[in-house]
Write a protein that binds this ligand. Structure first.
Ligand SMILES: [Zn+2]
Ligand SMILES: [Zn+2]
Length: 118
């Protein structure tokens, strides 16, 4: 295949943005491929940044869900432990404890859902 811009030069790769064959003179190397120096570099760089930003915010969301799950789990366990230690079974505190544990599972589930979404 010949370079799109230089009919006399053999192309060495394909631009990530416009899928045209380009030669050494026309390409700019990027972390995940090559792009036409003149027309496509900015666009590909922008797309790369967007993808990067998305993965980062996704990880933060998963982290937040996991922190909530841990918090709820600890609260639930504390309430239930208190109930066990005071030997009152199925009192009001147990119900609150169970509700917290349900909340913990809910957040764990959300974290997993968020993680799988890609
Ligand atoms: Zn291009
Ligand atoms: Zn060229």
């Amino acid at each position: 295949m010949k370079c799109f811009n230089h009919p006399n030069s053999e192309s060495v790769g394909i631009c990530k943005n416009c899928n045209k064959g380009i030669c050494h003179e026309c390409l700019t190397e990027l972390p995940n491929g090559i792009a036409c120096t003149n027309s496509c570099v900015e666009e590909v760089t922008l797309v790369n940044q967007l993808i990067h930003k998305n993965t980062r915010s996704k990880n933060t969301a998963v982290g937040a869900y996991l922190r909530y799950a841990l918090l709820y789990g600890l609260m639930g366990s504390a309430f239930i432990l208190y109930e066990v230690l005071t030997k009152k079974v199925l009192g009001f505190t147990t119900i609150i404890g169970v509700l917290f544990l349900v909340g913990a599972f809910f957040h764990l589930f959300n974290a997993k859902k968020q993680k799988d979404r890609s």
